[in-house]
Design a protein around this ligand. Structure first.
Ligand SMILES: Cc1cc2nc3c(=O)[nH]c(=O)nc-3n(C[C@H](O)[C@H](O)[C@H](O)COP(=O)(O)O)c2cc1C
Length: 215
């Protein structure tokens, strides 16, 4: 499909039909996604294609706890950047999440890890939470979603499991020095949203300086 169309119309899909997705298709998606850029071309990604239903259930339970905490009621206006969820210490809110409740039915569950020895953290020591490290892994994740879209599939990238990484690591056999960066769910979407809501270029692009005139 046209690249611009794909970039503008690849929304999240969080519910899938029962139509299976073959290993060959998953392999071909990863075969496209491996051309994603990464710092120093170190390609820090590792992918576990999680098929075992007991492993799926285990990680879904971990993610469900995080999901409920994330929804926790209330808001703390003093929360710092990078705060988790809507507030600190809030009472968890229980809401259904098909991906997690029905993880056994999701056609493809990919656990994505990053080899931290292959990431140069440019902003690791400058007195604020680092962010550039993710740039070596999330383009790959996005390429997985675009490659899936090119094959008529949909999906969503989630980061719930990173919060439960310590518990998930032994279940997934996470190698030392690696981080869990995403769980990607793929399948034939029940509905694919292609009309995406995003801010206009004039809302975020300026000339010369971030306080400059709109582009
Ligand atoms: C880095 C990143 C982390 C995300 N984490 C989650 C997540 O933990 N759970 C979830 O349901 N969606 C997650 N998403 C999906 C976003 O919610 C989604 O991309 C966003 O709401 C835009 O949705 P749309 O493309 O359908 O408009 C994540 C997306 C990105 C890029």
């Amino acid at each position: 499909m046209d690249l611009s169309e794909a970039l503008r119309g690849t929304g999240s899909a969080r519910r899938f039909t029962e139509e299976p997705v073959s290993d060959d298709v998953v392999t071909s998606i990863l075969d496209d996604a491996r051309f994603a850029p990464s710092g120093g071309n170190r390609q820090p990604w590792r992918v576990a294609v999680v098929k075992d239903l007991s492993i799926r259930r285990h990680i879904a339970d971990l993610m469900t706890t995080v999901w409920h905490e994330y929804l926790g009621e209330g808001s703390d206006p003093s929360r710092t950047p990078f705060a988790f969820g809507k507030s600190f210490g809030a009472t968890p809110i229980v809401e259904p999440n098909w991906l997690l409740d029905e993880i056994e039915k999701v056609p493809v569950v990919l656990s994505i890890a990053a080899d931290l020895n292959k990431i140069a953290l440019m902003d690791g020591d400058i007195g604020r939470p680092p962010i550039t490290g993710g740039a070596s892994i999330y383009p790959f994740c996005w390429s997985v979603l675009l490659a899936a879209r090119a094959r008529g599939l949909g999906g969503v990238l989630t980061t719930f499991l990173s919060r439960a990484e310590q518990q998930a690591a032994p279940i997934l056999g996470l190698p030392p020095g690696h981080a869990i960066v995403a769980t990607i769910f793929l399948g034939h979407p029940v509905h694919l949203n292609t009309k995406l809501k995003r801010a206009a270029v004039t809302d975020f692009a300026t000339i010369d300086r971030f306080d400059g005139p709109a582009l």
